[in-house]
Design a protein around this ligand. Structure first.
Ligand code: FAD
Length: 138
């Protein structure tokens, strides 16, 4: 298995909390079956997702995610081999918005969260790790 990491960002279309809960529960089930781990950031305006695992399972799930009408303007930042996982214990670590996350974001981006300002996948992965550390686990 080639351990790989895929990172993308996108805009939600019309989404409520129930939609996020549905996405997360489907993700937990599917990703656990396929050995995929990662994190999903959502602040109401942006999704950023990190998917880690085998190259084929990640390609398959990303193809489904691309077709999903709950978001749009999906932009791939990274799909590359990695030596180890950053979120090994999480079928999908959810990182929502909130004051602690906003404070952590401002350490990286003074004008607020804008994934288009980050071109490097490793930097985006480090940002999500920092935001994960700032968020209580749910
Ligand atoms: P089905 O559930 O059979 O759905 C068929 C089609 O409808 C698919 O194109 C699906 O994307 C779409 N769809 C399903 N439910 C809805 C709905 N309520 N509203 C609009 N369209 C819908 N899945 C994972 O397995 N792992 C992940 O990590 C993951 N992350 C995601 C992150 C984001 C930001 C989004 C928006 C979705 C994510 N999903 C993830 C869900 C993924 O897009 C698929 O819905 C899911 O994998 C089920 O795929 P399926 O082919 O069985 O589709």
């Amino acid at each position: 298995m080639y351990l790989s990491r895929l990172i993308y960002f996108s805009h939600p279309t019309s989404l409520g909390d129930a939609d996020i809960d549905t996405i997360l529960s489907v993700s937990y089930a599917n990703n656990t079956l396929r050995g995929i781990t990662g994190a999903l950031f959502f602040n109401g305006s942006w999704f950023v997702q990190v998917l880690e695992g085998g190259r084929s399972p990640i390609s398959d799930v990303y193809a489904r995610i691309l077709r999903d009408s709950r978001h749009e303007a999906v932009r791939l930042i990274q799909f590359a081999p990695i030596p180890e996982r950053s979120f090994p214990d999480w079928a999908m670590r959810y990182i929502g918005g909130g004051p602690a996350v906003d404070r952590a974001i401002r350490r990286f981006m003074v004008d607020g969260f804008d994934p288009t300002a980050i071109s490097d996948g490793d930097a985006m992965n480090r940002l999500l790790l920092a935001l994960s550390d700032a968020t209580p686990a749910v």
